[in-house]
Design a protein around this ligand. Structure first.
Ligand code: FES
Ligand code: FES
Length: 208
């Protein structure tokens, strides 16, 4: 039986395998030992993230912070996980519920949609920074007075948006308030009372 026709194919395959193995050995020889060991213990992600951290300065609720953060950290996760400012809530994590609303340089933003490293030098206000010591912010007091919450999970985001809504001059009518608060979802359906609270603050002419 003539096996000649198979020889070139077998030879090629053996050669390819040899080249693959020798390339892998060369690559491993060039990688530092501790990195190989870390990778073997599934620590490679942690090693990489330690190298990747970026310095960041923020002023949050009047306090200055110097931080090191991974570029992929959202502002929401930085506030909640790293700084333990858990008043800001994580609802959808996709920019659709408003539970994570904070003020950045006076503008309302969904902190779940924003990478922290994009905001070097910015001033952030969270729900923890709204009251004046023990004295509630007028919007907080109005939410309490008008029963603007039931479970309370959406409430920090609602209050931050409500303050911005009045500051932006978008609280002149019930319809306008509903439109400019439409990014804040309340699963308990406290909308009527939330609108009443915002109208009281707006009509009271208090500084917010
Ligand atoms: S958690 Fe950010 S919008 Fe829902
Ligand atoms: S008060 Fe419960 S989700 Fe709004």
């Amino acid at each position: 039986m003539n096996t000649e026709p198979d020889l070139p194919a077998n030879h090629d395959e053996a050669r390819r395998n040899f080249l693959k193995q020798s390339s892998l050995l060369t690559a491993l020889a060039l990688v530092p030992g501790p990195v190989v060991e870390a990778a073997a213990q599934n620590l490679d992600e942690r090693v990489a993230s330690a190298f990747e951290k970026v310095p960041l300065k923020l002023e949050i609720n009047g306090k200055k912070y110097k931080l090191d953060v991974e570029p992929r950290t959202t502002l929401l996760d930085l506030l909640r996980e790293q700084l333990h400012l858990t008043g800001t809530k994580k609802g959808c994590d996709y920019g659709q519920c408003g539970a994570c609303t904070v003020h950045m340089d006076g503008q309302r933003v969904n902190s779940c949609l924003s990478f922290a490293v994009m905001h070097d030098g910015k001033k952030i206000t969270t729900i923890e920074g709204l009251a004046d010591g023990d004295k509630l912010h007028p919007m907080q007091a109005a939410f309490v007075k008008h029963d603007g919450f039931q479970c309370g999970y959406c409430t920090p985001g609602q209050i931050m948006s409500a303050v911005a809504c009045v500051r932006e001059g978008h609280a002149d009518s019930e319809a306008e308030i509903r439109e400019y608060m439409s990014g804040n979802i309340c699963r308990c359906g406290a909308y009527t009372n939330i609108v009443a609270a915002i109208q009281e603050v707006k009509n009271g002419g208090q500084k917010v």
